[in-house]
Design a binder for this molecule. Structure first.
Ligand SMILES: [Zn+2]
Length: 322
């Protein structure tokens, strides 16, 4: 009986490859920086990582059910086709399932990274026992997924859930997706840092600048979080503003879908209560009373492993369980 699954999470900055058992436990994982590789090289690196892990853990390929892969972009999960990756250049209409299957000789299933993360959180994490969930990830990009009655909502072109590309300002800044004023164009990591730097340049005496030894290029979300916790007013304002933007977009989502739970993950969610407090406040103020009261907003529970675990789950789902 096949007892293992490979989960792959291709992120804007890091690619992770893991060997899991059928219960969603990670047995071994490895990672490498996504940006160091062009498309073909990245696919090759994933293939090599799979072979490397199997060898290290002394697992035969015939004992592996398949490989599930989550990517940060628009994906046709049925055909295993990647339409595009918003923040990773060079990916357009890539038949990833076909390419990887011929390289590694295992069944391969491709899906959007936030959708697989949502499946991971639904079955093993913060969403356990719930049925109507929204997932949001805050990182290089802003991803989203919608689960209705325990299943992913896919939409008519299979690309539903792009909460990051809800416009929150019709005259807002240009976004990587080609539109403008999108949530991502305010709270995606690079946009967020540019905005923070702009504020820091026009202010004086911000404690976070002392922490960065006066070098604005050393400002990171982690440093802004630390400074905000220490009470630096400007850093607190930067996070509160980010929370208000996210909350505004989510209030619309809450009114539209009346979810029980919103699960927020990704690197930027590491800001914790300073950010979550502002998100909850804005959702409370901007959503309608009844759906606003029904929704809980929580941090993702599986952390950086959610997409790996969810990617392995889609292999089980697509092969009809194991
Ligand atoms: Zn956009």
């Amino acid at each position: 009986m096949k007892k293992h699954i490979i989960g792959v999470d291709i992120g804007g900055t890091h690619t992770k490859v893991a060997l899991l058992d059928l219960s969603g436990h990670i047995i071994h994982k490895t990672d490498f920086p996504t940006k160091n590789y062009k498309k073909e090289e990245l696919i090759e690196a994933v293939s090599l990582a799979v072979t490397g892990i199997a060898k290290k853990k002394k697992i035969q390929k015939r004992d592996i059910l398949g490989l599930g892969i989550g990517l940060p972009g628009l994906v046709d999960f049925k055909k295993g086709l990647v339409f595009c990756l918003t923040n990773v250049p060079g990916w357009k209409n890539v038949a990833l399932k076909k390419i990887l299957e011929s390289k590694i000789g295992l069944p391969v299933f491709v899906d959007n990274d936030v959708k697989v993360m949502a499946i991971g959180e639904l079955r093993f994490g913060a969403g356990k026992g719930r049925k109507n969930i929204i997932c949001l990830t805050l990182g290089t990009g802003v991803g989203g997924a919608v689960i209705i009655n325990g299943d992913l909502y896919r939409g008519s072109s299979l690309v539903a859930g792009e909460i990051g590309h809800i416009s929150i300002n019709e005259d807002g800044p240009a976004c990587n997706c080609g539109s403008s004023g999108c949530l991502e164009a305010y709270v995606g990591k690079e946009y967020f840092l540019n905005n923070a730097r702009k504020k820091l340049r026009s202010a004086s005496g911000a404690a976070v600048m002392k922490m960065a030894k006066g070098d604005i290029s050393l400002i990171t979300p982690e440093l802004l979080r630390e400074a905000a916790i220490k009470g630096d007013r400007l850093s607190m304002e930067i996070w509160q503003e980010m929370g208000a933007h996210i909350g505004n977009a989510l209030a619309g989502v809450v009114n539209l879908l009346n979810p029980q739970l919103i699960v927020i993950g990704g690197g930027m969610a590491g800001a914790g209560e300073i950010l979550f407090g502002s998100i909850k406040k804005a959702v409370g103020e901007k959503s309608m009373r009844i759906p606003g009261r029904a929704v809980k907003i929580v941090r993702a529970k599986l952390g950086n492993d959610a997409a790996l675990i969810g990617a392995a789950e889609i292999v089980k789902d697509r092969l009809g369980g194991a």
